[in-house]
Design a protein around this ligand. Structure first.
Ligand code: C2E
Ligand code: CA
Ligand code: CA
Length: 556
């Protein structure tokens, strides 16, 4: 038998190490401090060689800082004899700089008759995808849900905080997606450095993070939020570029373990939305007194999800005429979603769309909206073959590659002529990478479909959008138009946008032409399209068909 420097039969080690790609073996001779790792681990983690001494110094810098303490505690417990076997799950960096999730098991084999003591075991590589976010190296949403579940089952009191960067889509647009990722990565690292050992940070959807703290008080949680707020405000990248950021956030103290695991996250998300939209980004602490209000939203969300699962029962479309302001002729319709449920009643879209838009089920609902709009829209074309039907698209649809197939399928199925369709890119679409969005827009246009930019003017980087996206129409956000009677700043903004669009040969639709006074204020802009309550509110299919019979809207 040939023994190698770790005291192990060479052939046995080689046989073991070559039989599995994802499972590595190691043997550590505790007398000589020489450790041997299987060749595939050496290659995967870019270790200095198969045989190494002083391995601790080689390995620990590769371990994710959040997991190092847990790893060291376990190893020390084994070496000091407190624990029999080493068992640790942690993240470790591979040769490409990505963290992979590993499970390591090891045991001390006492030497007999003068043989050395050995520490030997295996390390299983679970790869990047499952639990680790590749952008930040943090644990992802799935791991968050799993950790929360385990802690709740173990009845471990904790604080959970959800924080998110505001207007992050503007950063992606102003710079680019790649730079956005760098900011997320560096911001996450800076927060992680602020946390103590009993806290873990996770990357959630988009620019959001969750922190679970096992030993914290409400005051400490609020204080941490203030520190993160300050960090964001004065944020500077490692390359010294100052990017002032703002955050919104919510927190919950979990002491009631009878709460369902899903409720905890739902309450946290609702409180987060309150921070963002109602409380000027101050931390919103969820407490049980808010349960009644939030419960309504949860009941609604459950009803909506159920309806979508039931072939979108309860959803229907209204149509709002699009008008040629020169003669008040009807030149199209925007399809607008409505919802009515036997329990929750009629719900305005402003209430249910924000709840659903980030939900994966919106994809199926979006497909239903498209199919319904085109099926009903076909009957409009009998009155006027040039009518254009506008259908709103959201992030959840465009961001999925399969949406292209869905679009073609629905067009084939309904036989709706492509040039009569206009897809509106709503606000949420701005969360997409501009290059990706551009490719999608080019694809729709290659099919002959028109594209409109909806709610134009909200956000900060609209002119870059105009430059990069070959859209046919700009729908100026109605807030500018509704404000025209009160302030002349908006007048200049509308003026600038309209001129800019016309120079780029893009049509403009003014939304929110609510009354005759507003119409008189906007007449000078000479745009091709108006939309607003003055002409008609959104109406059901049969009412829209009645309007179409007259071809023109007669103003009272
Ligand atoms: P939006 O796409 O900007 O739709 C126009 C909204 O402006 C509609 O609100 C319409 O009723 C309202 N509106 C039209 N004229 C006037 C006016 O003169 N004055 C005022 N104050 N409002 C006017 P609605 O139907 O409540 O829809 C709200 C938002 O919900 C939509 O805004 C859109 O972002 C979203 N939404 C509606 N349907 C869909 C859909 O099918 N898909 C997606 N992704 N979003 C939808
Ligand atoms: Ca729209
Ligand atoms: Ca709009």
């Amino acid at each position: 038998m040939t023994l190698d420097t770790t005291g192990l039969d060479n052939r046995i080690f080689t046989a073991f190490s070559e039989t599995s790609v994802r499972r590595y073996i190691f043997v550590h001779n505790l007398d000589t401090d020489v450790v041997r790792w299987s060749a595939n681990a050496v290659e995967y983690f870019d270790l200095p060689g198969e045989y190494m001494s002083g391995f601790g110094k080689i390995w620990t810098p590769r371990i994710h800082p959040d997991d190092l303490c847990k790893f060291e505690q376990d190893i020390n417990a084994v070496f000091s004899g407190i624990k029999k076997k080493h068992y640790a799950e942690y993240r470790v960096r591979n040769k490409n700089g990505n963290y992979v999730f590993v499970t390591c098991r090891g045991v001390i084999l006492k030497g007999e008759n003068g043989e050395s003591d050995l520490f030997a075991g295996t390390l299983i590589n679970h790869g990047i995808a499952d639990f680790v976010d590749p952008v930040t190296g943090l644990y992802n949403h799935y791991k968050f849900l799993q950790t929360k579940k385990e802690l709740m089952r173990a009845k471990q009191p904790m604080h959970i905080m959800l924080i998110g960067l505001n207007n992050f889509s503007d950063i992606n647009f102003t710079y680019n997606f790649f730079f956005g990722n760098i900011i997320l990565n560096q911001f996450a690292t800076k927060i992680r450095n602020m946390l103590n050992e009993s806290s873990t940070i996770f990357r959630m959807e988009g620019p959001r993070f969750a922190i679970i703290s096992k030993c914290s008080t409400n005051a400490e949680t609020s204080e941490l939020y203030t520190r993160i707020q300050e960090l964001a405000k004065h944020f500077t990248t490692d390359e010294d570029v100052a990017i002032p950021l703002t955050i919104s956030g919510s927190a919950i103290q979990v002491t009631d373990f009878n709460l369902s695991e899903q409720s905890v996250y739902n309450y946290l998300s609702r409180a987060y939305a309150d921070s963002k939209y109602k409380n000027h980004s101050e931390l919103v602490f969820y407490d049980t007194s808010m349960q009644a209000t939030y419960k309504d939203a949860l009941v609604l969300l459950t009803a909506l999800r159920q309806s979508i699962a039931d072939n979108c029962e309860g959803f229907y479309l209204n149509f709002q005429p699009l008008i040629n302001p020169d003669n008040n002729g009807i030149i199209g319709a925007e399809a607008l979603l409505r919802y009515k449920d036997s329990n929750v009643g009629e719900v305005p879209p402003g209430k249910f769309i924000p709840l659903l838009e980030e939900d994966a089920c919106f994809f199926d609902l979006g497909t239903w909206i498209l199919r319904e709009a085109l099926t009903e829209g076909k009957s409009f074309l009998k009155y006027n073959p040039d009518l254009v039907i506008d259908v709103n698209l959201s992030y959840t649809q465009i961001s999925q590659a399969r949406f292209r197939d869905v679009l073609i399928e629905v067009l084939n199925e309904t036989g709706f002529p492509v040039h009569n369709l206009c897809l509106e890119l709503t606000e949420s679409c701005r969360n997409l990478d501009i290059q990706l969005l551009r490719e999608e827009v080019l694809f729709y246009k290659s099919l002959g479909i028109k594209v409109a930019m909806d709610d134009f003017g909200t956000g900060t980087s609209c002119l870059a959008l105009l430059r990069d996206l070959p859209v046919d129409c700009l729908k100026l956000d109605q807030s500018f138009i509704l404000n025209l009677p009160n302030n002349n700043v908006d007048e200049h903004i509308v003026d600038a946008f309209v001129q800019c669009a016309h120079k780029l040969k893009i049509n403009v639709c003014l939304e929110g032409v609510e009354n005759k006074f507003i119409r008189s204020l906007v007449e000078k802009y000479k745009v091709k399209m108006h939309q607003g309550y003055l002409y008609s509110r959104p109406v059901p299919l049969n009412k829209y068909l009645e309007l179409l019979q007259n071809k023109y809207i007669v103003l009272a």
